[in-house]
Design a protein around this ligand. Structure first.
Ligand code: AMP
Length: 364
């Protein structure tokens, strides 16, 4: 079987690494010559809009998937008219526009922060009278890892935040006073088999994920599974989906979802019977899904902007290092490491060592 992937970054790389033992081979379409997944398969080098390349990808792959959600609708539709594409172009269309996404979630009775569509400075002023401070102004599209966002602490921030948008369509969201952030990584196969990983508890800084930990038997698991199920059914979804949630007063409020494998699910490589990457492949290739059961306690730490010497990481016991073969750049995820232990007590001190290493090298 051959899987085509739009994008050749670390997510595509980890999908490919999971596919090799199953005999799956890969073809990546990516505009960057050194894209880090491309050593693991064939590389179609060029623009995502190039219809000749897209047609070649569709011809050479049994099924096409992607590692990022900002695939233009035209591209997804073109591919779908030539081959199988999972997840569906509809899931992309919803996930890539924050306004459409919030409306979609609310229509499914999945709670979100209060929000308003912002088209003019006056509409921002009017919306803030209702939403109140603090709030977050976000571009509707192209935002990830906190990009295109600014916090509105008071009316004094309105003008500068509005100007930063440079005319891009935006939404404003009420600030959610959460006690913690969690995500549920869910998977649905072509044959409608559904599976859910134990919740991930996530820590972000500056809008970027830093640390994820598995939380087996979490009190919020059932609610999160219910929301993810509604979403996947409504989108007729196939593949892995990650739903990011805030916990507030024992309730869950949805932030956003990713129609793809997700950073908060990287711990599943060592911390679950079957990783999110393998289950994504099983789902889109219509194979039986693997068990999502947790194996021990795990914490995953991202290395952002730089990475420590391998020896420094590997000398922390129970640690597994994943290098993405990417040049360090400010704010760029270049590697992650996961620690797995039998008990939570063992995990804590080791996790702290790993976080200290990540903080030391960040953007160094
Ligand atoms: P996003 O790009 O929407 O995933 O936002 C990145 C991070 O910013 C989230 O994981 C939160 O830590 C924070 N954040 C985003 N939106 C809100 C909100 N409405 N209230 C509080 N924190 C938020």
């Amino acid at each position: 079987m051959k899987v085509g992937i739009l994008g050749g970054g670390q997510l595509a790389r980890m999908i490919a690494l999971a596919g090799y033992p199953l005999g799956v081979r890969f073809i990546f379409l990516d505009p960057s010559i050194g894209a880090c997944a491309t050593t693991l398969g064939s590389h179609l080098h060029g623009d995502y809009h190039d219809e000749n390349l897209l047609a070649e990808l569709a011809k050479r792959a049994d099924v096409v998937t992607y590692e990022f959600e900002n695939v233009p609708a035209k591209v997804a539709d073109f591919l779908e008219s030539h081959t199988q594409v999972h997840p569906s172009p509809k899931a992309l269309a919803v996930a890539q526009d924050r306004l459409v996404e919030k409306e979609f979630l609310n229509d499914l009775d999945i709670p979100t922060a209060s929000y308003a569509d912002i088209t003019t400075f006056e509409s921002l002023q009017t919306a803030m009278e209702k939403i109140g401070y603090p709030a977050i102004l976000k571009t509707r599209t192209q935002g990830y890892d906190g990009k295109g966002q600014s916090v509105l602490k008071s009316a004094a921030d309105l003008k500068s935040s509005w100007q930063k948008l440079e005319g891009l369509p935006a939404i404003v969201e009420g600030f959610v006073n959460f006690s913690r952030e969690v995500s549920i990584v869910a998977v649905r196969s072509v044959s409608d088999e559904l599976a859910f990983y134990p919740l991930s508890e996530n820590v972000h800084r500056g809008g970027i994920l830093r640390v994820s930990e598995s939380r087996e038997n979490d009190a919020m698991q059932a609610k999160a599974e219910d929301y993810a199920t509604r979403l996947m059914k409504a989108l007729d979804y196939v593949g892995v989906l990650a739903l990011e949630l805030f916990e507030v007063d024992g309730e869950l409020v949805a932030n956003e979802f990713a129609p793809r494998v997700h950073n908060s699910g990287h711990w599943t490589i060592e911390g679950a019977e079957t990783s999110q990457f393998e289950n994504h492949l099983r789902a889109i290739l219509d194979l039986p899904l693997g068990s999502t059961a947790a194996v021990g306690h795990v914490a995953m730490v991202n290395f952002i902007g730089g990475k420590p010497e391998n020896e420094e990481v590997l000398k922390i016991s129970n640690t597994h290092l994943h290098l993405y073969a990417k040049a360090p750049r400010k704010g760029r995820k270049v590697a992650h490491a996961t620690i797995r232990t039998k008990t939570l007590e063992e995990l804590e001190p080791l996790k702290k060592c790993l976080i200290a290493l990540a903080d030391e090298v960040e953007d160094s």
